[in-house]
Design a protein around this ligand. Sequence first.
Ligand SMILES: C[S@@+](CC[C@H](N)C(=O)[O-])C[C@H]1O[C@@H](n2cnc3c(N)ncnc32)[C@H](O)[C@@H]1O
Ligand SMILES: [Zn+2]
Length: 291
Amino acid sequence: MEQSKTTPLMQFIPDKISIQDSGFQQLVLSLFPNIGMLDSGFVRNGFTVVTAPDKIVNGEIRDFKGVPGRFDGIIGGSPCQDFSGLNRNPGTLSQEMLDEYKRIVRECQPDWFLLENVTRVPDVEIEGYYVQRFNLSPTDLGFEQSRNRTFQFGTKDGRIIELPEPVKYNGKRERCVTASEGNKPDRRTFEEFCKLQGFTEVPELGSFTKSAKYQAIGNGVHLGVSYVIARYLKNAIFSRYPKTIFNTKVCACGCGRIVSGRKLSYNDACRKRVQLKREVTWNDNSKIVTV
Ligand SMILES: C[S@@+](CC[C@H](N)C(=O)[O-])C[C@H]1O[C@@H](n2cnc3c(N)ncnc32)[C@H](O)[C@@H]1O
Ligand SMILES: [Zn+2]
């Protein structure tokens, strides 16, 4: 394992938070770290992030053995191609890698975990954890890229992340960046591509080929999203009076937002999603909460 190399990614400064956050100590293991775009949000919020081996540097997750009780949290976005709506070929690699993620959580037994993936990712069921499932797109935070992604936040005590109010984004929406865009004739410039993923400057990616650079940036979590997720996750794990699935009602659409009173869904869009999708289920046996 090595400490995340965050240098080029630190260019994204959404607010003046100090990395040397006094007294804050959380050791986080990052699985499938890629070039550390999800990690960067956690580093920026004062978490100490170490990374498991990634294929991008000839690492192999199948060879990684988790150590029990050493990590406070585990984060990661396992490969998603086979779950993606863009790829209709059935495949098993994404499922296998998701199973690797689950294996390492079981071995390490962290207090919490966060999985990022495409919206068609299966529910993560791990014995001993309650899981909050919600979606977040950069446009919810006022960025121009439409990139809806699903997060699954698991805790042993049922804590949930209280998300910020989504921004009403009326600007131009840019199509989602993809890992393969670098090979396409209608690709956006690399500078534009990086900007859409939240970079304020083009990161230095050394000896990567042009196509590999697009792939690495296109595979990552938008830097604004990773920052916001880490910040609100931090609130959830340090709250003295945490919101949990036992004391809080969460939107039935799956967006993870908290609803009050007799409401089942957060807003009109949520209500439509509920009608389209599925019923609310609270499955206590598997400790999975599908909201
Ligand atoms: C979706 S990306 C993760 C993106 C990352 N969360 C970020 O924000 O930058 C998935 C990563 O899994 C890695 N990967 C795929 N198969 C792997 C394997 N067998 N062992 C280790 N890493 C693997 C890929 O190289 C890629 O970097
Ligand atoms: Zn909702």
